[in-house]
Design a protein around this ligand. Sequence first.
Ligand SMILES: NC(=O)c1ccc[n+]([C@@H]2O[C@H](COP(=O)([O-])OP(=O)(O)OC[C@H]3O[C@@H](n4cnc5c(N)ncnc54)[C@H](OP(=O)(O)O)[C@@H]3O)[C@@H](O)[C@H]2O)c1
Length: 265
Amino acid sequence: MSALIIGGTGTTGRLLAPLLPGARIGTRKPLHDNHVRFDWDDPATFDGAVDGVDRVYLIPPVGVADPAPAVESFLSRARHVRRVVLLSSSAVPESTTGMGALPALVRSMPEWAVLRPSWFMQNFTGDHVVAAGVRDGEIVTATGDGRVAFIDAADIAAVAARALTDPLPHNTDHLITGPQALSYAEAAAVITEVTGRPVRHRSVSTEELTERLATGLPREFATILARLDEDIRGGAEDRVTSTVEDVTGRPARSFRDFVSRTSTG
Ligand SMILES: NC(=O)c1ccc[n+]([C@@H]2O[C@H](COP(=O)([O-])OP(=O)(O)OC[C@H]3O[C@@H](n4cnc5c(N)ncnc54)[C@H](OP(=O)(O)O)[C@@H]3O)[C@@H](O)[C@H]2O)c1
């Protein structure tokens, strides 16, 4: 087995890499022997990255409103690849263009799985806008009291590893959530309790959030993200699945456990 992990330096990919010894990591800036140059914006890198590979973990172009043309072009050069596992999202319905068009492309491969994780717990750490809110003591969203069953990226990586290596292909969509749906106010309260640092949540309108996000992102993408918050406000993410336990044999990590672990390093 020889795997290519696109986004192998990113949130889920870097947690998946240790679970797939010998995997090749696609990155725009190769630094190590197991790295290969891969850039969604440079199709000339596709052939070299996928040469000799029989399975691919596919993170689509990040922050792009319509990643389908690039993914279609990549898959057309990856016809020798047996299995593709796509990282999609629970928040993205199937459609003919945009992110929602990607599952249909991947299902054309001989073996496949589509991962549909809920929102990442890792958004509360690192560079994400929610993490900046945690540092400022105020998380700003347009989600109102809507709940999200936040998922640890390590649990997504564990499901991805099984989807890539199980002898029988999964050939299915996996809706992946954490064990409990929380509003952002409830998540902020957990952070406050566990870390002792006061963090609160303020909900704004979809329009106000779009304006805030558009200061750092292309407006088209800011609009998409703000609308996803609106969906959360309407209850779209208020659901819990047993996928992590069903696929890996162990339960998904709770948000409290995640915060305890990250706040103590
Ligand atoms: N955040 C969430 O709550 C959430 C929830 C559900 C689904 N998702 C999905 O998760 C995916 C990743 O989200 P994330 O924010 O956590 O990002 P991430 O995985 O940390 O993304 C960064 C990764 O993408 C690679 N990358 C960036 N631009 C690239 C390019 N032009 N060509 C090749 N590789 C490139 C980076 O590699 P190098 O810098 O090394 O090149 C890095 O490995 C997205 O598709 C998103 O829809 C996210």
